[in-house]
Design a protein around this ligand. Structure first.
Ligand code: WQD
Length: 343
């Protein structure tokens, strides 16, 4: 079912970003009408062209900073959405350590503004982009939503933990909003059409774009940050979730909120595959899936890295009737197709 002019509108802040743009596709395929709000500080306008190619139509986009109160108010006034998916945030872990105030100001003010405007315009449904980073290095694995959050490893991670608490406390104080915070694990991959994908600006911090840029000859080689961890091959373990599966999880979360049958008005849900993969196995799987060799060398550990983290996703299956469907190989093949398109 695709959206029509009478489809319910959903504001998607950061909707031109990696996860946001893929969620826009899933929203339209599910019969919603997404309205993108993006200041393009960490995304490119070419994403809108990619979306038009995939969807065969334009998506409304406001080139606006979601901290701009006047602009946001007029968008709520004009579009009359039934929900908001809030992706917009600065998300570079290293940068957040160097510029913490920029992160606290941007990431928290935008959320606080939404929590004021949503009741004012009677918009009850909020899906919040959170992160597994709130778990730090958990004591036991896989992590469930009851696993205690540990002190954030970075100001970026702290803005996600504080964001969750802001929403929780607002709901407890009867602010008329129902919210689900989705704790993403490691998003990877690209839309199978290779029309949209991950667009890291500058040198990629994350593993998979570094692998694909190395495979494309853009980077001379990949450094594997440490092989002396307590894991099967000594390299760190993560839960790599396909961006299309992640996008679908947002649609399921929105539907759950709209159904109104939520036990409480706020909840957190892990969105991962439930499988842990080592760095070396990601490299090996990429080479097997694409037939392209990756030049890498083992280097020192990266400060701040947790040794292993992966999700228990039983709550997502139970509450959202959702589970990840795409394999690591499929995600890496799609990421490689996208890299070849933009190289
Ligand atoms: C994955 C693994 C690295 C690059 C980050 C954010 C987190 C979340 C997901 C938003 C680690 C290793 C990486 C490289 C390597 N983002 N690696 N060489 O750090 O798990 O999580 O993205 O919510 O908040 O911190 O992802 O892709 O950077 O690293 O060996 O060149 O790959 O050491 O073990 P990370 P990552």
């Amino acid at each position: 079912m695709t959206s029509t002019s009478s489809s319910p509108k959903i504001l998607v802040t950061g909707g031109a970003g990696f996860i946001g743009s893929h969620t826009v596709v899933s929203l339209i395929e599910a019969g919603f009408e997404p309205v993108i709000i993006d200041n393009f500080s960490n995304s490119e306008r070419s994403v809108l062209v990619g979306l038009r190619t995939i969807l065969g139509r334009d998506v409304t986009c406001y080139p606006v900073d979601c901290n701009d109160e006047a602009e946001m108010e007029s968008i709520f006034q004009k579009e009359k959405p039934i929900g908001v998916i809030h992706f917009a945030a600065h998300k570079a872990v290293g940068e957040s350590v160097a510029q913490p105030l920029k992160y606290y100001r941007n990431n928290l003010d935008s959320l606080l503004l939404l929590l004021e405007l949503m009741p004012a315009f009677k918009v009850p449904n909020l899906v919040f982009s959170s992160s597994c980073t709130v778990y730090g290095q958990p004591e036991q694995l896989p992590v469930t939503e009851e696993t205690p959050r540990l002190p954030a490893q970075s100001p970026y991670g702290n803005t996600k933990a504080i964001g969750e608490d802001i929403i929780r406390d607002a709901v407890r104080a009867k602010v008329p909003v129902k919210a689900l915070a989705l704790r993403y694990f490691n998003p990877i991959g690209a839309h199978p059409s290779a029309q949209i994908g991950e667009l890291p600006l500058g040198v990629p911090a994350n593993l998979v774009p570094f692998i694909t840029q190395t495979a494309a000859g853009i980077r001379p080689g990949l450094t594997v940050y440490g092989d002396d961890y307590n894991t099967p091959d000594g390299t760190c373990i993560r839960d790599y979730i396909d961006v299309m599966d992640l996008a679908d999880a947002h649609v399921q979360a929105l539907k759950k909120l709209i159904e109104k049958d939520m036990a409480s008005s706020y909840d957190v849900i892990n969105i991962g595959t439930g499988r842990g993969e080592t760095v070396l196995n990601v490299i090996k799987t990429f080479e097997e899936a694409t037939g392209v060799k990756v030049n890498y060398a083992i280097g020192p550990r990266r400060p701040g890295d947790v040794e292993k983290v992966y999700a228990d996703v039983s709550k997502a299956t139970k509450v959202l009737n959702w589970s990840a469907r795409r394999s690591l190989a499929e995600s890496l093949r799609d990421a490689w197709q996208w890299q070849q398109k933009i190289s």
